[in-house]
Design a protein around this ligand. Structure first.
Ligand code: PLP
Length: 432
């Protein structure tokens, strides 16, 4: 059937599915023609600041010249080759870079396609590790409420049961072991009383599931999609000990927090401990192409290798895609050049100052900033569609979710551009 009679936008609205939308009632949608730096340009020429870094990944800005050049160069020599039995410089060079910046105990990298897949891989590693150690019954997971780990089945099973709509998928989702989100906030003083810092509850859940739990998985320090909530890293230090005492692995999902967003290269940098497995994605290629990886330590890798069947049962078609590896390496080169640390400190200070007036608005519950993450938490839910409708007028593209109006600006955002973003956020807080 020909659809030539439809405009581009009409075709889109009638035939293309968008994330988390009702196809029968699509919200305002803009056709983007090009992007550069912090800007996306619409088909009518309107330029919007991408205050979301395109779902948190475009940290050096759109169309970064060194990343696009790296992809161009790679395209001319080796766009793709299977990774079974074959390897290549882009994968190896990226691996060297990653191991230089990730926690020292992490040594074995598994490249995969997207964040959700990297979480699947991490969970599979944990189950295979326990199996290899003679604990085949340990195939379940403990996690904290308000988490988000992706949209595939196993990842979804450890997302918050309410916002992840577990009731809808009941029967199809594995039942996991949930504890409250870590109650002590990042900015608060740590309280050593386990009944108040969440660790008593964690201990009870880990004990009750002792023979069933393979690993404890959570986002370190910053819960992203589950509410932009920042919690105290001491929770993680002590959780590490509780897991160790019970032979339970610790998985950090750093897909949102990785690569400088919080002011540390990784949120693990807030902690005194290291996880057994880490998941990286989103900003890995500076937002230029889908890519992710799961990195584990020798203990887990050798444990799996020493058991039955020994091989690790995962291998995506596009594993270690050279274009993605080249983009990721170029992005990491920019990060290791260090420009981001002073930029993020400046972005944080400016957001603190400019978002502060929101505290006195009647519908605002909280305002918080960490690194290049700025949040106005409202007392009510905020509509993403209504925010999108205001985007052309504000010159800023924001996509609130739940109660939160937030920004994760590109690290290259200038002070003037950041002021435009914070003004847009204040306007949404007043009007939506
Ligand atoms: C976005 C995200 C994921 C899922 O990544 P996708 O690339 O969207 O599959 C997993 N965990 C966290 C913490 C995330 O923010």
């Amino acid at each position: 059937m020909s659809h030539d009679g439809l405009s581009q936008l009409e075709f889109d609205q009638q035939h293309l599915w968008h994330p988390y939308t009702n196809v029968a009632k699509p919200g305002p949608t803009f056709v983007v023609k090009e992007s550069e730096g912090v800007h996306i340009t619409l088909d009518d020429g309107t330029r919007l600041i991408d205050a979301m870094s395109s779902w948190w990944c475009m940290m050096h800005g759109h169309r970064n010249p060194s990343i696009t050049q790296a992809i161009h160069d790679q395209l001319d020599t080796l766009p793709h080759v299977m990774f079974g039995g074959l390897t290549h410089d882009p994968a190896i060079d990226l691996g060297r870079k990653l191991l230089a910046i990730t926690p020292d105990s992490l040594t074995r990298i598994f490249y995969c396609d997207s964040g959700s897949v990297s979480v699947e891989v991490a969970m599979k590693m944990a189950v295979q590790y326990q199996h290899a150690l003679g604990h085949p019954g340990r195939s379940e997971f403990a996690t904290v409420r308000s988490g988000y780990h992706g949209d595939t089945w196993k990842a979804m099973s450890v997302c918050d049961p309410d916002t992840g709509m577990h009731h809808l998928f009941q029967g199809a989702l594995s039942v996991q072991h949930f504890v409250s989100r870590p109650p002590i906030r990042l900015q608060e003083d740590w309280i050593d009383d386990p009944t108040r810092n969440g660790l008593d509850e964690l201990r009870r859940v880990l004990d009750a599931g002792r023979d069933k739990i393979a690993a404890f998985i959570l986002e370190p320090v910053v819960q992203g999609t589950g509410g932009m909530y920042f919690y105290h890293p001491e929770y993680l230090n002590q959780a590490r000990a509780l897991c160790d005492e019970r032979g339970i692995l610790l998985i950090f999902d750093e897909i949102a927090t990785g690569f400088g967003r919080t002011g540390h290269m990784f949120a693990t940098g807030f902690c005194e401990v290291e996880p057994d497995i880490i998941c990286l994605g989103k900003g890995l290629t500076g937002g230029h192409i889908s890519f992710a990886c799961t990195i584990t330590n020798d203990r887990v890798a050798n444990g799996i290798g020493g058991g039955e069947p020994g091989i690790f049962m995962h291998g995506p078609t596009y594993m270690a895609n050279p274009l993605a590896c080249a983009a990721a390496k170029a992005s990491l080169d920019l990060l290791t050049a260090q420009y981001w640390q002073s930029r993020i400190a400046a972005i944080a200070a400016q957001m603190e100052a400019e978002l502060a007036p929101a505290r006195s608005l009647p519908n605002v519950a909280d305002v918080r900033v960490l690194g290049a993450i700025g949040v106005i938490e409202m007392k009510h839910r905020v509509s993403a569609d209504e925010a999108h409708a205001l985007a052309p007028e504000m010159g800023v593209f924001l996509r609130p979710f739940g109660h939160n109006i937030y920004t994760m600006p590109p690290f290259i955002t200038t002070p003037d551009q950041l002021s435009q973003i914070t003004a847009g956020m204040l306007r949404l807080a007043r009007e939506l």
